[in-house]
Design a protein around this ligand. Sequence first.
Ligand code: SF4
Ligand code: SF4
Length: 653
Amino acid sequence: MKIGVYFCNCGSNISDKVDSVQVYQALEGLTDVAYFKINDLMCSEDGKQFLNDDIAAEKPDRIVIAACSPREHENTFMRVLTGAGMNPYLMQMVNIREQVAWVTDGVDKASAKAAQFIKGAIKRVGFHKPLEKKSIEMSPDVLIIGAGPAGLKAAITIAETGRKVTLVEKSPVIGGQPVLYEEVFPNLECAPCMLEPLLNEILHGEHAENIEILTLSEVVELTGFYGNFIAKIKKTPRYADLNQCIGCGECIGVCPVDIKNEFNNGLDVRHAISLSFAGALPNVPFIDMTACLRAKGEDCKLCERSCPLGEGIILYDDAEETVERRMGAVIVAVGASLYDAGLIPKLGAGTVPDVYTSFEFERLLSSTGPTGGQLVTSSGKTPESIALIHCVGSLDSNHKEYCSGVCCQSAFKYNLMVEHKLNDAHIYHLYKELVYPGKEEFFLYKRAKENINSAFTRYLNIGSLEITAAEDGRILIKNTLSEKGAIKADMVVLCPALAPSKDTDKLNEVLGTTADTYGFFEELHGRLDCAKSKVRGIYIAGACQSPMNIAQAMTQGMAAAGYVLSGLAEGKQLEIEPITASVDAQRCSGCRVCMLLCPYKAISLDAETRKSSVNEVLCQGCGTCAAACPSGALSSNHFTNEAIFAEIEGVLA
Ligand code: SF4
Ligand code: SF4
């Protein structure tokens, strides 16, 4: 076998410490080494040209390149090999810069160490086999889970390029949490008005035909891989015809069933047939069949009879169905929820009247909410004082250690909204830390401070706050660690941390994605790739990845869309890296150890043969399965036992 060795000086990075003459002398006499050539900067254009010309002239069977880290330039040199007509996998790189020159004292010691590493590479490269990359067709279509700001922005960005999007939303409406708000920070813009153009674009715009919206739906299974995913989506029936209903609402008032209204956080009731809230889109009612009298065996048809369009709009026979969609990529944008304030029982959430969470308070402030936007206590009184408790469950190792970065903004927004509605109301801010990041956020804090009826008091530990019902019908807020007297208020608003939505774990299981330390969808890299999950082709956007505001969620939705658009294209082929694991079926006992350990879900058990098989597209060649297989049935095709043992022998020789 003819093996060529190329030694790179890396300017003086390597040559200052590793003497190429000493290395050459140490390799002399190795039978397969046909030549040893030195270049000053092999990754430069001149260096690559030298390598290309030399390979073409020498026609070696294998080559070893002693240079920098393969992380930096393995791909560079593989491309040169390909250009020179040599299979790129017939090369072995040796890192004599980071692992030798930069960390070894003395030229003699470093040169001897480099020579041993190169000997190992010479031994192993003889076992390398030519490998070919395969390519498969990709679907350019996209599945987006969650129709909040991030999901909607991603959907329209992708649809505008002519791609097909399936937008799956668990609730009956699109728009996410902000459509339930009256106004949003930092400039108190009307939230539904702000979102209306985007929602309208999605539902009726120029590219609407590229977006299939599946409300009341959830993804229950995802199989396949980047470029070729297949999703099973369970559709809960709406029991009203989405295409024909004109949304007049005549059917709603006649329904005799009242149930808790989850869209107003249980602060009022709705009927079994209802619209989520006034202005909800799509503007078509849905029937909650768990509450409908028909589910109890009664033949109620009041809603159908009241429909001015007659029969056929209310669809009592509508049934749950599971549909399948094929797509190349998935964007997860399911948002976040609030940390459960009930986990800090002394705060009185759900037990003391007129203690609300921020989501509940948003609905009280909203003109489409339970009081039509009027701020009144449960006894019907106009509150004279409202206490806003910041940092509920935030910055606390007993709850959530992080700062959500948005709760203070909500509290300052409430200050201004209360001021607009009740000019003389006293507003107490109780906070652990005050946070106002960004170029616009300080404005609201400043406005709150300028209100002569506002007062700010710091507490050190949320556990020291006790909120109880006072005898006079008001609410008592005591800080047991403070010498200051208790505060009395007519209403209390708790501003909890943003937390992962309750379906996060279930969805992670379905998608094969992972959760971070805090339970949010885990990104590939917190700064470089925060819109990518660890599964290739599955992207994450919005508050399901980390607490964030609407602007940030929209931006991340566009970032995820950008990844999709640059990676997937009609007719584009997906190149598959050939360094993968393979199974020797004769040896496989079907124990499934590999299946359980594979971090990429690349191994499955053939139902008939009971043997493992590796999906070459999903396999990333990490070698976990090969190391774990108790039968020795799995091997990694570029890292065979023979090659690894030969390298060790070479290094130790
Ligand atoms: S059929 Fe069901 S949803 Fe319609 S009015 Fe009767 S109870 Fe209400
Ligand atoms: S009455 Fe008929 S058209 Fe009007 S909202 Fe109900 S189902 Fe739709």
